[in-house]
Design a protein. Structure first.
Length: 332
């Protein structure tokens, strides 16, 4: 018998999430012999906290549900010959220390995964955030060598990969972040231009200075005021990939801003929202490419690791506040 710890959504978030919105509970898991001959027991090693959890919890969860999310987990007991004890997988079982699976909700880490690469990257650069950057740039933005790419929240899990993949693709890259430390990191990993959007006197001027000729591609993780200003700096026939809207997730009243139709029409822009699950049948291709670039040193990574399962809510809230550099991870 195993006692699993789980974090549940005690109360739906109102404005910014609070630690009191969560509750830590213990759940007794059944023995495997009682749960079917092809099942196995997993222990979470790393858990992910991501911006999407904020809007998805509102849309898909009921109060009392276990918080949604993914983890890298190790198989500790198995009745299924296809899933051996000691193997590592990526699961989608939410904020849990232990869980039982039949294999339908997990994926093995790529077989080429080397010991020198942290397995936690399967939740970040070589996981869903990295794939979001990969398919957003290649399939939505359709970037081409010599173009200029703009990305906001550029020091985050998705944005930092976007910038590096654009450089691999032969593009000029401009990024913005919310601290001087993050801006320095962007320069370190190869961004051509980077600025702190919190300290510039004019976002409009900062965007113009970074690329006087404008932008061919805009990878938008933020929405809100930034997107409203950036759209006016797009080149004719520019492409905008709308990945997130983190500036609006915690608003109780929808923001009002400029309308986009005029620049969209006169510059003949394309703006497309997307979810990375659209390319789920091609994830293996993307993961192999990302892992190869990491191993070659062409894609660098930084992880913001919080120790302790009991600190999941604090890590989640800190990530929404922008405290993380790179991917926010909780180590159990």
């Amino acid at each position: 018998m195993v006692i699993a710890k789980v974090w549940v959504l005690k109360k739906h978030f109102e404005n910014f999430p609070k630690t009191s919105d969560f509750e830590l509970k213990k759940i007794e898991l059944p023995n495997l012999k009682d749960g079917g001959r092809l099942k196995f027991l997993l222990e979470s090693v790393f858990l992910s906290v991501d911006p999407y959890m904020r809007p998805y919890s509102q849309r898909d969860m009921k109060e009392g549900d276990i918080m949604i999310g993914t983890q890298v987990a190790r198989i500790v007991e198995s009745k299924n010959p296809a899933f051996t004890v000691g193997a590592f997988v990526v699961g989608r079982s939410g904020w849990r220390t232990h869980f039982i699976s039949d294999g339908k909700d997990i994926q093995f880490l790529p077989s080429s995964w080397p010991e020198s690469v942290p397995r936690s990257l399967a939740l970040g650069t070589v996981g869903m955030p990295g794939l979001t950057a990969y398919f957003g740039l290649l399939e939505v933005c359709k970037m081409k060598p010599g173009e200029t790419v703009l990305v906001n929240a550029a020091a985050g899990a998705v944005g930092s990969v976007v910038g590096q993949l654009a450089k691999i693709g032969g593009c000029k890259v401009v990024g913005c972040a919310g601290s001087d430390h993050k801006v320095a990191y962007l320069k370190e990993i190869g961004f051509d231009e980077a600025f702190n959007y919190k300290t510039v006197t004019s976002l409009d001027e900062a965007l113009r200075k970074a690329s006087p000729d404008g932008y061919d591609c805009f990878f938008d993780n933020v929405g809100g005021e930034f997107a409203s200003i950036a759209i006016n700096h797009m080149k004719k026939y520019g492409r905008i990939a709308v990945c997130g809207a983190i500036s609006q997730y915690n608003d109780s009243v929808p923001q009002k801003g400029p309308y986009v139709q005029m620049p969209m029409i006169f510059k003949e822009l394309q703006m497309e929202g997307f979810l990375v699950t659209r390319w789920s049948s091609h994830w293996e291709e993307g993961l192999k490419a990302l892992l190869k670039w990491v191993m070659e040193g062409k894609v660098k990574y930084h992880e913001h690791i919080t120790d302790g399962f009991e600190n999941m809510p604090a890590a989640f809230i800190g990530m929404l506040k922008g405290e993380n550099l790179g991917k926010a991870i909780v180590k159990v």
